[in-house]
Design a binder for this molecule. Sequence first.
Ligand SMILES: [Zn+2]
Length: 464
Amino acid sequence: MSGTNAQALPELKLYNTLTRTKEAFAPIDPAAVRMYVCGPTVYDFAHIGNARPVIVFDLLYRLLRHLYGADHVKYVRNITDVDDKINARAASEFPGLDLNEAIARVTFTTEAQFHDDLEALGVLHPDVEPRATEHIGEMRQLIERLVASGHAYVAEDHVLFSVPSMPDYGKLSHRPLDDMLAGARVDVAPYKQDPMDFVLWKPSKPGEPGWPSPAGIAAPGRPGWHIECSAMSWKHLGETFDIHGGGIDLVFPHHENEVAQSRCAFHANVMANVWMHNGFLQVEGEKMSKSLGNFITIRQLLADWPGDVLRFNMLRTHYRQPIDWTLKGLEESAKTLEQFFDAAADDAYPRPAPAVLEALADDLNTPKAIAEMHALKDHAGKKALAGTLAFLGFAPGPLREWQASRAPQIAISETEIATRIEERIEARRNRDWAASDRIRDELLALGVALKDNKDGTTTWEAKR
Ligand SMILES: [Zn+2]
C-alpha cells in the first residue's frame, strides 16, 4: 500500500462475470496489481462504442492506482494489427502497393488516430500497449504447448483448439454447449473434428502477411484472433493475473476462447480472477450501424464537443448498464460539467472526495459518484470537488475554450446599441417603418436581436 494518503481507503468491490457476483477485490500480489483489456482492431477511425471500454477501464486504472499506488499497478491494452478487415482496407486504400507495406500504413495511421482521440478524451496511457504482430513468437509457443498436451491438433495446415478436450469449457459465458453452438454460427469446416473447435493458426493466402507456422506445418500462416490476447497477457502479466476487461460482446466467443487457451496451456484454474464487461452502447435509441447511418466516430464527436464532455457523458451511466448515446445527454453533460467547474476551487485537494471514492469502489458506481459531486457543489465542498474532477481526469481548459467559441459574437459596443435603439424609436415615432426595419436588420447582422415589448420598450439580446 502507498503511504502517501492519510485517508482511510474504501474496500474495492467488483462485479465478476465469471461468478456472476459482486466480490471484494483481492489482488494476487497487492504490490503488482495486473489488468488486461482487449484493445481495438486498427483499420479505421474508432467509433463511440469503442470509447466505452477505454473510458471505463481508464477509470478503474485511476482507482487502482489510487488504492494500491501508481507504481503497483500494471495495465496492458493491446493493439490488434493482424485481421481480415485490415487486409481488406489496405488492399482497397493502396491498390498499387505491396500488401505488407499497405497494411503497415493502415495500422500505423489508425493507431496514431486512436491515440489522438484518447488524448482528447483524457484517457491515460496503459503501461504496455502491445501489438499482436510483435508477439507471434509467444503465440507459436502457446500453440506448440496446446498441441503437445492434446488440447489442439493440426488439420489441413490449420491448428485448431479441441473444445471437447476441456471439460469445463463455457464457464465464463455460462452457456450450455448446444447454446454456444447455435450462438456462434460456427462454420463447420471439413477439417474440424468438432464443430465448436476454433482456429489457433491458419495458412496465409497468397500475398497476405505470413509467418513461419508452428507444429511442423510447412506453409507460412497467421494467427487466429483469440490466441493473440492469451499470448500478450502471458508475456506482460504472467500465466494468471487479476483483472481482464472488455465489452460484453467479447464474452463469447473471444474471452471464452482466451480462457480455454490460457488455462489449458498453463494447467491453471483461471486465466484472470476477475472478468469485467461493459454494457452495449446505442445511439438515440437505436443500435449503431453503418447501414442505419448512425455510426459515429470519436473524431466526429470531437469536432463538436470537448473530449471531457464525451467522457463525462459516458460515465453518467453505470458501466454494466446499456448506454443510450444522445445529443440531449451530451448537452446535459456539458451543462453539468460547466456547473462543476464553476463551483470548484482553484486550489484542489490532492485527492478525490471520500464519498466519491466510496461510490467508485462499489463496482465503479459512477451515477452515485456524480450525485456526490452535486452534493459537494451545493454544500461548499469546493476544494474536494476540484480534487475529484482532477482525479477523474477532467481539466477545465478545453471546456472553457469550447464555451468561449460557442459564446455569441457581438460586433458592436453596448453604448452604440443603445444609440441605435434610440434612433429606431425616433424613426418609429415618425412612422418611418423602412428606417426602423433597416436599423433592426443592421443590428441583427452584428449579432444583436431586438425585441419590441408590450409596454413599448425595446430590449436586445445576443443572437443565438
Ligand atoms: Zn482479447
